[in-house]
Design a protein around this ligand. Sequence first.
Ligand code: FAD
Length: 416
Amino acid sequence: MSTGDHRELVVVGASLAGLRAAQTLREQGFTGPLTLVGDEPHPPYDRPPLSKQVLTAPDRPPGIDLPVPRDLRARWLLGRAAVGLDPTARTLTLADGTRLPYDGLVIATGSAARGWPATRPAPPAGVLTLRGRDDALALRTALAAGGRLVVIGAGFLGGEIAAAAQERGLQVTLVEAAAQPLQRAIGTTAGAYIAALHRQAGIDVRTGTTVEDFLTGTDGRLTGVRLSDGTTLHAHTAVLALGAVPAADWLAGSGLAHDGGVHCDPHLRALRTDGSPLPDVVAAGDVARVPQPLADGEPLTLGHWTNAVEQGAAAAATLLAGHNPHQTPQPFTAVPSFWSDLHGARIRSVGLPAAADQTRIVEHDLTGRRLEISYHRAGRLVGALTIGRTGRLAPYRTALQEHLTSTTAAKTPAAT
Ligand SMILES: Cc1cc2nc3c(=O)[nH]c(=O)nc-3n(C[C@H](O)[C@H](O)[C@H](O)COP(=O)(O)OP(=O)(O)OC[C@H]3O[C@@H](n4cnc5c(N)ncnc54)[C@H](O)[C@@H]3O)c2cc1C
């Protein structure tokens, strides 16, 4: 697309991936009308600080707004949810009934916190979740009141919340159903290492345990939880950290394949339920379910910050290339990467440790807080994780990038 373009491009989901897509559209020369639709009332902000500095900052929480370029020239429709898509008529429907026509659409609606199972009684007041800015401020207020906190789910988010609360002087119990925290994501050894970090910091970690019931006082507020081993824990606050669910339900009836995220081809074009790609609809970020060469092409969503940024840019480039006979859409081949900070330890990973069938422990030193593990599938490197050894990740990243670039080029048919 070039100067004088009159096509209407719409980005739905006005956060990290959506903003990056919008920026890329402008950077790559799109000059036509551009609209960002977001269901939150806030302009784009960054989520990683929500479970870290926003909870621990002693005075005021830090600013977390994402920088929006002055020359973005976008129309912002904030506090407006998209509730339907008609890819044949090329219209997006908003909750207030507005119909937005588009020539190209970026879906970047991210994910939502997984709630308590609907088959169980609803959790009482005092049981919180954390996904957005308002959730983080509510949790910050609850932590400021002190007392006892139970965090349900010891994934990265649950672990960071537990660490932040412990730093603020609360008594914290972390309850995890699996034998180790993060077992499915990074394996037993790294999971046990992280459990040890939590315990060293004074957190009570209960693995192989689930929360069966919430206990309440006469005012209906949370007073404690009952665990699967029969014990009860007193609690002023509990946080559900049960993972995230891609925000794709609003696509029901659209003809797009959207179970567990928006299914995409390797160019990030959304797929119809018959598996054919839509040339004018792309997806990016937590909501996008993309074939992962490191997992033998299985379509997966990734809840990683870097992935949202890189896919936002790549999806925008695909959208523009679809309208320009001189450009060829490129398959998305970035190496996944993730970070987390726990009790002052820097956890970094590249690739897809969850796809591994074998791990190799290169260094394991709990006292020195150093860990290095490589992950393999059918004998081939698929990921690496370090704690306190960030500098060691570069060679793994290079090897993974070479593999991704060569296998994707060999397997991906040219986009038409
Ligand atoms: C508390 C927290 C801490 C994190 N820490 C880390 C970390 O340390 N490292 C890391 O790599 N990653 C981390 N992440 C993950 C990272 O923040 C996400 O991967 C990233 O935010 C994904 O960006 P996104 O734009 O795809 O989705 P989101 O940031 O979820 O944005 C999607 C936007 O779309 C909106 N939306 C949803 N449905 C609709 C609709 N129907 N209509 C209109 N708008 C809609 C949502 O409200 C939201 O504003 C963290 C996430 C959270 C929540």
